[in-house]
Design a protein around this ligand. Structure first.
Ligand code: 5GP
Length: 110
């Protein structure tokens, strides 16, 4: 599914793009700001991406920070989440970081 967003076959509200990453708004937002940052490369989860292409994993984290800055979340705080495995809530098996902000956050997360 996310490969089709990278290729443009599935529409998305893209907020940032780099040579290696695409950032777009989540279709079912869980916070006032809910953006996903994905690699253009297909890897099923963040750990697989980091093992195979650590420089792209670093790009994801850099872009998470850039999204937070664009969305004016740096002062109030934001959360970066990599759900990994269905037991942790992962539903799309193409690595992605959730950037969530604009409301109070609970810890520990549910
Ligand atoms: P996961 O549950 O795997 O951690 O996160 C997958 C996220 O992708 C969910 O928050 C879901 O709302 C979002 N999502 C699934 N399909 C699409 C889609 O086609 N477009 C967009 N923009 N978001 C999607």
């Amino acid at each position: 599914m996310f490969c089709k967003i990278v290729s443009g076959d599935v529409p998305a509200t893209i907020v940032r793009e780099t040579e290696t990453t695409v950032a777009f708004r989540d279709i079912n937002p869980q916070a006032p700001t809910h953006v996903l940052v994905i690699p253009r490369l297909h890897h099923p989860d963040a750990a697989s991406l980091a093992a195979a292409a650590p420089e792209v994993a670093a790009d994801i984290l850099r872009e998470a920070g850039n999204v937070a800055a664009d969305e004016k979340l740096v002062e109030t705080g934001y959360r970066v989440v990599f759900n990994t495995g269905s037991g942790a809530g992962q539903t799309v098996f193409h690595a992605h970081a959730h950037i969530l902000g604009g409301r109070g956050m609970q810890w520990p997360p549910g």
